[in-house]
Design a protein around this ligand. Structure first.
Ligand SMILES: *Cc1c(COP(=O)(O)O)cnc(C)c1O
Length: 374
């Protein structure tokens, strides 16, 4: 590239986002990012962060005091939960039924923990009996971790019965709620979740790059009783938590001010709609999508009872070229849908109807485009 060609203007196309994330953002959220910058230690900013914390608690349905937002995407939330709770030599149980369970195993091993994997076929969910067996082999794990909404397959993991087993073993329940948060029922306190992380770009419909998290009192006790330093400086909660503690806020890193403006607005929108109404909307739009896709010969990967409404994994009708059709949707209609991951690459589509993208209009646009292309 020659310098003489500068500048390089970049005007992104206006897409309809129906993949595994990011989802479409509300104009109010995009406008929030254009607000003037203020200092991240400005009393006005601190007041707004307190509101963000209170709204994240409401959206998680938790009273947990250690609830805040990691200044990095969902993957960093995953890493925050694991690096703070695990020490070298600890044992843990991690359930793997898709890409994201596999990532948790990788992180836990990097923490020096011994991981007992509970593997389940992709597209299915972990059964309580599998946890019972794993607890027979490893009766005192530090934690048991699962993915609530496995975005690589579209499976929704039931958590309540497993939570009982985990607590009977005096262990902590760690949950990945990146795709479930604000899209399907999720009740942190009622379900006994000890450490949870999520992302902003899925059903919350805020820009990517932040990760709301929450730790129960039991998880905080484990954190307080660590014998070794947390292996990550940036994600060490013993330090970061002071950054989010209101008036005592001290410099740790420079908070992503504009992104937090957007998150504040997105949480307001969620709470204005109401969690229950939002969960119901995702379900209703999912039914519409399902009817329309099945009419056209698409088949769902996940059994109906465990199907996520907001992430729809479907096999294409025979004879269609997955890659070609997906790129025609993007290039001719500006509609993004996701391809398959891992074992399902080239075999399925992942159609996201998340947050602002969960409307009948989105579904109608997608199936209208498909009718013209197929
Ligand atoms: C998207 C996703 C993540 C990672 O979030 P990023 O914001 O992409 O880092 C983790 N877990 C699940 C289940 C996800 O869907």
């Amino acid at each position: 590239m020659k310098l003489a060609n500068m500048p390089y203007p970049f005007n992104p196309p206006t897409r309809v986002l129906m993949g595994p994330g990011p989802s479409d953002a509300h104009p109010r959220v995009l406008n929030a990012m254009a607000r003037p910058l203020i200092g991240h230690l400005d009393p006005e900013f601190i007041r707004m962060m307190d509101e963000v914390k209170a709204m994240v608690q409401q959206a998680f349905i938790t009273q947990n005091n250690l609830t805040f937002v990691v200044s990095a995407p969902g993957s960093a939330g995953m890493e925050t939960c694991l690096v703070n709770l695990l020490e070298p030599g600890d044992e843990c149980i991690i359930c793997v039924n898709g890409v994201f369970g596999g990532r948790m195993v990788d992180i836990a091993e990097r923490c020096g923990a011994t991981v007992h994997r509970v593997d389940t076929e992709w597209g299915r969910v972990t059964e309580p009996d599998q946890i019972r067996k794993a607890l027979d082999a490893c009766p005192k794990p530090k934690l048991v971790a699962l993915v609530h909404a496995e975005t690589s397959t579209g499976a929704r993991q039931p958590l309540e019965e497993i939570s009982k087993l985990v607590h009977e073993a005096d262990s902590l329940l760690v949950v990945d709620a990146v795709t479930s948060f604000c899209g399907v029922p999720l009740k942190v306190d009622e379900w006994g979740i000890d450490a949870i992380y999520t992302g902003t770009q899925k059903c919350l419909s805020a820009p990517p790059g932040l990760s709301p998290i929450s730790f129960s009192e039991a998880a905080v006790r484990v954190l307080d009783n660590r014998k070794t330093k947390v292996q990550s400086w940036f994600l060490d909660l013993t330090m970061v938590k002071n950054y989010w503690s209101g008036a005592k806020r001290a410099y740790h890193h420079t908070g992503p001010v504009s992104s937090i403006f957007a998150l504040h607005e997105a949480l307001n929108i969620v709470l204005e709609e109401g969690l229950e109404a939002r969960w119901a909307r995702h379900q209703v739009v999912h039914q519409h999508l399902r009817t329309e896709l099945e009419k056209r010969g698409f088949r769902f990967l996940v059994e109906e009872s465990y199907r996520l409404p907001n992430l729809n994994s479907v096999f294409l009708p025979d004879g269609l070229d997955e890659v070609q059709l997906r790129s025609q949707l993007l290039n001719q209609y500006n509609i993004e849908v996701g391809g398959g991951l891992g074992a399902f690459a080239g075999k399925i589509w992942r159609v996201g109807i998340m947050g602002e993208s969960a409307t009948r209009n989105h579904v109608n646009m997608l199936v209208g485009a498909l009718d013209e292309l197929m």
